[in-house]
Design a protein around this ligand. Structure first.
Ligand code: DX5
Ligand code: ZN
Length: 220
């Protein structure tokens, strides 16, 4: 099944609870929560108190994307705050194997991401332990950027490797996904779709419906 993971980075923070409940009502499976530390990426977003405060509002899978240096320091605390699925960046980890173990030991599903210029081959040794991989389709750090066309080949390559090994690892894409780029990533094999600026805004339910109509064409 192809899943939608709205990124609350583009939500209305003065009405965050309302926006979260709205994407839930519209049928989103995951909720994408971007955490930035001002070090791994230039910007700072939000952390534990925000996750804790929206946790009671929904049963959606909390898909926490950690854009932070040395995430091992905070895995347990994100799990306690309500994360279900934790993504760390390969580029941010000194010992990726340890971090994957820490995520699982904390009771969460484990995922690893690569930035646009990091080859997907760095994930190959870990694939059989991962519930998901996240292929960044923009440089991490900000919402509303344009999809980087050269990342399509990476989505295709990782999806092919997962299929070749018969794994159930999900392939998430994040950055610049909208009604114009969605076909490209789905055709390349992505099955968890992050949408920030393409979901939040005036008509959340309408935006989701529009993306869902495209996603349905690729449902097996
Ligand atoms: C960017 C974040 C994304 C961001 C996507 O670093 O990881 O999740 O919210 O925003 P859009 O969908 O607007 O490109
Ligand atoms: Zn993200």
């Amino acid at each position: 099944m192809i899943k939608l993971s709205p990124s609350i980075l583009s939500a209305d923070f003065a009405n965050l609870g309302r926006d979260v409940m709205e994407v839930d009502r519209a049928g989103a499976e995951y909720l994408h929560i971007d955490v930035m530390d001002g070090l791994f990426v230039p910007s700072i977003s939000y952390g534990f108190p925000i996750i804790r405060s929206i946790r009671p509002l929904t049963k959606m899978v909390f898909d926490v994307h950690l854009m932070i240096q040395d995430p091992i320091r905070y895995i347990d605390e994100f799990a306690k705050a309500g994360a279900d699925l934790i993504t760390v960046h390969q580029e941010a980890c000194e010992n990726l194997q340890e971090v994957i173990h820490a995520i699982k030991a904390a009771g969460c599903r484990a995922s690893v991401s690569v930035k646009p210029n990091t080859p997907v081959s760095v994930l190959f040794d870990y694939l059989d332990q991962l519930d998901m991989v996240l292929i960044m389709t923009v440089e991490p750090g900000f919402g509303g950027q344009a999809y980087l066309e050269f990342t399509t080949e990476k989505i295709r390559a990782i999806s092919a490797e997962i299929k070749r090994r018969g794994l159930a690892t999900e392939v998430q894409v994040d950055g610049g996904i909208n009604r114009n780029t969605l076909d490209t990533v789905l055709e390349a094999g992505a099955n968890v779709i992050v949408g920030g600026s393409s979901v939040f805004g005036k008509d959340i339910a309408g935006n989701i419906q529009e993306l869902r109509t495209i996603m349905e064409k690729y449902e097996k």
